[in-house]
Design a binder for this molecule. Structure first.
Ligand code: PMP
Length: 452
């Protein structure tokens, strides 16, 4: 038995009984045992500001989620083979947030499962095999989802790229081929899809579809230029494919101005995938699509998931979406996002290591750079860990892991935003002294030279 406060014992037990690739955040990991709104508390009751987790969308330990889960567990919890009004209520709530062409919902248990299903739907509908997807994307941890997740298959130890997958450059207008001073960049990035489609057709795979995180998160909190996805979708549809928007990170009001990211792009996908926040911690994924695509999938084989669309899941999912509306959380995301962005822009002006700040609502990225403009991976690691010392949890993303990721629950308040900005300024000031000077060619682990 472990004493509740014995973090070292829990860590040792974890190393003994779990796989080594189950990664832990921070050089000094945190053990968290309670939560409230956007606050977390460790084994000693010390508070942490949660500025990272998007799963507790409406806040940790929300009393309405507790109440609805307890109520349903006291009644019964079963599956979609029986009628229950909660299934329909949840479906109608989800569909009320989407354009009219979306009429059919599938309830699953995770974002991975929803994307895996999206692949099957795209193939059933088109009869084709090939998929186009931006580089560095992430769509899940199963065999099919990994095949469309360059972030996984292209890593050392990854399975490599399947011949039915074509990668296109991420529409990153800070570091990519076309920059913000280029008014045509959206269509230029979209044009990368043309050769990808041609290759899939030459190989005989045809085009089943295109899948992208609407705003690439794992790729570095990228906001593609307006119109990028609309242009891509046109090309994919012309080639016979369907367009899948992975809204696991961007959906459900986080962006403030938009309920879903594709709205910003002026694009209407054929399949929308939701996950993480929609269950506020309860395992829940949702796929919505058109009648026509759902009909192609209804090809004689039953679709069933034991837990997907359970009574409990539907009650919780509906409650999450209701809370977003009732508590005005999309508007709060817009206001707090603006406050954060304004402060981050000030820091960008103050500190040379801040190369770029970008984002929308509470989906934000701070790209840290070395004096030569290259990706500041070590700086990012330092900042993330120092913010943890200030008991503020943020993350990092990007192919070189140099983009700070700020993605709090939508409940965050002005004083919390100001605390993030205050602490970040303190830490960035430390980096000012610590970062390698331009002339320094020591590696980052070199110590004692005064510049590293
Ligand atoms: N898509 C995106 C964009 C994600 O960020 C994630 C999870 N990080 C997934 C899919 C997979 O979701 P899950 O972990 O719930 O399977």
């Amino acid at each position: 038995f472990y004493r509740p406060s014995d973090k070292a014992a829990v860590l040792a037990g974890r190393r003994a009984h779990f796989g080594g690739n189950l990664s832990l955040t921070y050089d000094d990991p945190v053990m968290l045992v309670r939560g409230w709104k956007h606050h977390l508390f460790d084994e000693w009751g010390r508070p942490y500001l949660d500025a990272y987790n998007n799963v507790p969308h409406v806040g940790h330990a929300h009393p309405r989620i507790q109440a609805v889960a307890a109520d349903q567990l006291q009644r019964m919890n079963s599956n979609t083979r029986y009628l229950h009004p909660a299934q329909l209520a949840f479906a109608e709530k989800v569909l009320s947030k989407l354009p009219a062409r979306f009429e059919v919902c599938f309830f699953v248990n995770s974002g991975t499962e929803a994307n895996e299903l999206a692949l099957r739907l795209a193939r059933a509908h088109t009869g084709n095999m090939g998929m186009v997807t931006p580089d560095h994307g992430y769509h899940g941890n199963t065999t099919g989802a990994i095949a469309i997740s360059a972030y996984k298959f292209n890593k050392p130890g990854g399975v490599g790229q399947a011949d039915w997958v074509e990668l296109v450059e991420v529409a990153d207008d800070y570091r990519g081929s076309f920059r913000r001073d280029d008014a045509e960049r959206a269509t230029k990035f979209a044009d990368f899809v043309d050769p990808a489609i041609a290759r899939l057709q030459e190989m005989g795979h045809g085009v089943a579809g295109f899948i992208a995180e609407t705003f690439p998160s794992v790729g570095g909190q990228i906001i593609p230029p307006k119109g990028y996805l609309a242009a891509v979708y046109d090309k994919i549809r012309a080639a016979g494919g369907v367009c899948i928007a992975d809204e696991v990170q961007t959906g459900l009001g986080r962006l403030g101005d938009y309920y879903f990211g594709f709205e910003h792009q002026g694009a209407e996908p054929d399949i929308v995938v939701m996950g993480k926040p929609i269950g506020n911690g309860h395992p829940l994924g949702v796929l919505v699509t058109t009648k026509a695509i759902a009909q192609s999938f209804d090809n004689g084989i039953e679709y069933f998931s034991t837990f997907g669309g359970s009574t409990l899941s539907c009650r919780i999912g509906k409650e999450v979406l209701d809370i977003v509306d009732d508590e005005g959380l999309q508007e709060n995301a817009r206001l707090m996002g603006e406050r954060l962005m304004t402060g981050l822009r000030v820091l960008e002006g103050e500190f040379g290591c801040v190369g770029d700040v970008r984002g929308m609502g509470l989906f934000l990225g701070v790209e840290l750079i070395n004096p030569d403009g290259s990706e500041g991976t070590e700086i990012c690691r330092y900042v993330k860990n120092r913010m943890r010392d200030h008991r503020i949890l943020i993350g990092s993303e990007g192919p070189k892991d140099n983009i700070l990721k700020i993605r709090p629950p939508l409940t965050i308040e002005a004083e919390d935003v100001d605390m993030i900005l205050w602490a970040l300024r303190e830490v960035l000031a430390e980096v000012g002294d610590w970062a390698p000077a331009p002339a320094c060619d020591h590696d980052h682990h070199h110590t004692g030279c005064g510049c590293c």
